[in-house]
Design a protein around this ligand. Sequence first.
Ligand code: IMP
Ligand code: MG
Length: 175
Amino acid sequence: MDEDIEKILIHTTTIQARIDELAALITADYRGKELTVVAVLTGALMFTADLLRRIPLPLKLDCVSVASYHGGMETSGEVKFDQLSLPDIQGRHVLIVDDILDSGLTLDAITYRFEKECGPLSVRICVLLSKQRKRRKEIVADYVGFEIADEFVVGYGMDYQERYRNLPFVGVLKR
Ligand code: IMP
Ligand code: MG
């Protein structure tokens, strides 16, 4: 698996140190509030697990599963929800956690449906990575781990055709 990697973009220790900082910010912002964290499967799995273990608040955890890539390196433009019912977030502060903000379509679709259909008190977004590129939807993440260039990355939850999610670092694939 490692031989498919062109370069390591963000090392494990760097990721973990940044998650310490994000967790401290989130803990301070949500202290005393009814918080539900919603992880976007499958890419946000590792990030969410590491992040939440550093947030000592009585939060609830839920997940949504959406697909927009259908296996390739570019979004198909259509965001499909895999489950029939959305999380029960009525009257709660919601923090959506995702691996990467790219075109913005995924997080726009999720925030839109949450706000329209679920009655949350607030909705914020936390992403490990944010690609510096022109978004197709004006989405701004409230908590960002790292800004990266517009290139395709894998590892630490992120995949190419469902592989490489278990790499402990974020890397760029060989062509
Ligand atoms: P967006 O809808 O274009 O913002 O894309 C968001 C989703 O696409 C993320 O949650 C990822 O699952 C996936 N994605 C975007 N860029 C990458 C990448 O460089 N590597 C792996 N997955 C990516
Ligand atoms: Mg994703």
